[in-house]
Write a protein that binds this ligand. Structure first.
Ligand SMILES: Nc1ncnc2c1ncn2[C@@H]1O[C@H](COP(=O)(O)OP(=O)(O)OP(=O)(O)O)[C@@H](O)[C@H]1O
Length: 643
């Protein structure tokens, strides 16, 4: 007995020592997990909180095969073949965080956005946009084709599946509650797509959205339905889609002109500390753009087009304000921005998928789309970006500086009072990082047996770039240089990225004037105007506006990203993307182009929807619009050089 007692004592002692070791290891493990989470999100931060991925659609089966507008794809660069009818033949490179060619699979595309899903569970707010002209593949990327297979599932299915997979993997440390809501915005009216009474339910959106926030996340007073599996979400989406379809049929397919938004709210509770965190993912399908005859752009269609335009412009305003660190961010200017408020700015992470079609006839729209998207990426990634058109831009900047000096001397006698030129060199510092991601987990895909074949959960489909076009943009070439010089805020993109001939060709011209006639009363913001309103400093400093605020230890304790050490090390092998300087364009066309004066102003009515804008014509006379302007008080811009 004594021997046994002694042995038990020894065993207990041994067990105690062992347990101590285990407890110590557990503490260390938790520390490592926490460290991993921080490093993981740091890598995300380094890559920027607004990222832009480009995807090229393949030619459609049965389509006559023609030469693709996409000449080359190389990592983060896509080069567009510019046909001679746009003024001169050339090659136009655009740089993004990542470019997916026509043969890229759905899985490949998803793998690069997968880290964002993970961030939702770490308490971040995420918004995913699909941007591009009609038919360029937005829905394909986000939802998949009409006939879904496991391989063709869009990123939204995969994202939701991944969300549940990860939350399950973390269940020993964190308990997650996930809920979903589905809203539709049509002509600035919000409807709950999950409303059980089947009635169109209109919300006093300001009150509903803004008075019901908890822990920084605004939850509209719509149905917020708890879900516990991907199948649950799929069922809910099916209900929402059916509700949408009912009103669409009744209202002549209005769904193509309304925004629908699926929002996934996540609340995580740390099982040890009880700390709570919140994350959200907005999956929104914005109204698509479509070609209609000018005769159709009246009445309801015109109203719809104006609403689409207005909401996308409001989105631009919000991003602009965030990047300028304005105290006031105009979220309330549209229902869309109200809805996305928690996913824009602050610690939110935004991904834009920009889509392009390969057909030659859409090259104008393709270039406009790519220019806009490239600038969106530049807003946040401004700090390290290298200007790809460096030599040409430098030369033009010098010309601008000289012109301004001359004007200042003329206007002020000796020119002493003239303000110094904006620090143009900042533009040259803009650079971009490339995507560094590889998939960590294969998404667990929902079984197709449960998924209705017509189900198309929506991720943010931004209507095409033309939706931003408006009256204000039409005045872009009417500038007042005196006014500009008085302004303490230099404008940014046209000095650098947009200063060459092609840019003007694709951004200004007759269509602007045509467009103006239609939309004179709308004080809307075009992509150009939006970006013109930003300064180089704002761009370069803009990063801070989008920096992820680290979750405090209390909030995030124990909620770690699931990164293995090796994976983490791989991820931390960060190479800041310094784009290759491409001189193809300038070398191919070294001579300045002769300016053709515009003689006629066509006042034909056109749709406001982006793709309705006809292919841009030659650039306007007096190309002094090299230096962008802020609008005057009456919202108009004047040309003083041409006097
Ligand atoms: N990467 C791709 N691979 C194969 N087919 C694609 C791809 N992208 C798009 N398609 C096909 O091209 C067609 C148009 O794509 P989709 O409907 O996704 O465009 P969209 O941008 O959403 O258009 P809209 O703005 O009109 O909604 C569809 O038939 C789709 O299946």
């Amino acid at each position: 007995m004594k021997l046994l007692q002694k042995k038990y004592q020894e065993d207990f002692l041994h067990l105690g020592t062992h347990l101590n070791g285990l407890a110590y290891a557990a503490t260390g493990y938790k520390r490592v997990l926490e460290e991993n989470r921080k490093l993981y999100n740091l890598v995300q931060d380094l890559k920027g909180n607004i990222r832009v991925y480009c995807r090229v659609r393949p030619f459609m089966p049965g389509q006559p095969t023609s030469l693709s507008t996409v000449e080359n794809i190389e990592e983060g660069t896509i080069t567009i073949r510019v046909p001679s009818k746009y003024g001169k033949e050339g090659h136009k490179p655009f740089m993004f965080n990542k470019v997916f060619g026509p043969s890229a699979t759905q899985e490949e595309v998803f793998s690069d956005m997968q880290p964002l899903v993970r961030s939702v569970l770490d308490g971040y707010n995420v918004c995913i946009f699909a941007y591009g002209q009609t038919g360029s593949g937005k829905t394909f990327t986000m939802s998949g084709p009409k006939e879904l297979t496991e391989e063709s599932l869009g990123v939204n299915y995969r994202a939701l599946a991944d969300l549940f997979l990860l939350s399950d993997q973390r269940k020993d440390t964190t308990s997650y509650e996930i809920s979903v809501q589905m809203l539709e915005i049509y002509n600035e009216q919000v409807r709950d797509l999950l409303a059980t009474d089947g009635q169109t339910k209109r919300y006093p959106f300001d009150l509903a959205l803004l008075n019901n926030s908890h822990n920084g996340i605004n939850v509209p007073e719509a149905n917020l339905v708890p879900v516990s599996s991907t199948a649950d979400v799929i069922q809910l989406m099916d209900v929402g889609q059916m509700n949408r379809a009912v009103s669409s049929t009744a209202m002549n397919d209005r769904s193509s002109r309304s925004h629908s938004c699926v929002t996934v709210h996540v609340q995580g509770r740390d099982l040890t500390s009880g700390a709570i965190l919140h994350g959200s993912m907005h999956l929104v399908d914005l109204a698509g753009s479509e070609r209609v005859d000018k005769s159709e752009v009246t009445g309801d269609r015109l109203k719809e087009a104006q609403h689409i335009n207005k909401s996308l412009s409001a989105l631009g305003d919000v991003i602009s304000s965030l990047s300028q660190k304005n105290a006031h961010v105009p979220y309330r200017n549209s229902k869309l921005t109200q809805l996305l408020q928690d996913s824009l700015g602050g610690s939110a992470k935004t991904l834009m998928f920009v889509h392009v079609s390969p057909e030659a006839e859409t090259v104008g729209e393709t270039i406009s789309t790519l220019k806009f998207a490239e600038r969106v990426g530049s807003v946040e990634l401004g700090a390290a970006r290298v200007n790809k058109d460096n030599s040409e831009v430098k030369e033009l900047k010098e010309q601008i500086a000289n012109l301004k000096m001359a004007l200042a001397r003329k206007g002020n006698g000796n020119g002493n009072e003239a303000q110094p030129n904006p620090p143009l060199q900042n533009h040259e510092r803009i650079s971009r990082r490339r995507s560094l991601e590889t998939p960590i987990f294969r998404p667990k895909l929902p079984t197709m047996g449960n998924a209705p074949s017509n189900l198309r959960p929506q991720v943010m489909d931004l209507s095409g770039p033309e939706a931003f076009s408006d009256t204000a943009s039409s005045r872009r070439h009417s500038l007042d240089l005196h006014e500009l010089m008085k302004s303490s805020i230099p404008s940014w993109p046209r000095q650098t990225l947009d200063i060459n001939e092609e840019d003007r060709e694709f951004k200004s011209g007759e269509w602007i004037d045509k467009h103006t006639e239609l939309n004179q009363d709308d004080n809307l913001l075009s992509p150009d105007k939006f970006y013109q309103s930003m300064t180089p400093q704002q761009l370069n400093g803009g990063k801070q506006d989008f920096e992820v605020q680290s979750i405090t230890d209390n909030e995030s304790d124990g909620v770690a990203s699931d990164c293995s050490d090796s994976d983490l090390m791989w991820r931390l092998n960060v190479q800041v993307n310094v784009p290759r300087v491409s001189n193809k364009q300038s070398s191919a066309n070294p001579k300045p182009k002769k300016i053709k004066p515009k003689t006629t102003k066509v006042s034909e009515t056109r749709s406001l929807i982006p793709s309705l804008i006809p292919a841009p014509s030659k650039r306007p006379p007096n190309t002094v619009s090299l230096q962008p302007q802020r609008p005057t008080r009456d919202g108009r811009r004047r040309l003083s050089l041409g006097k």
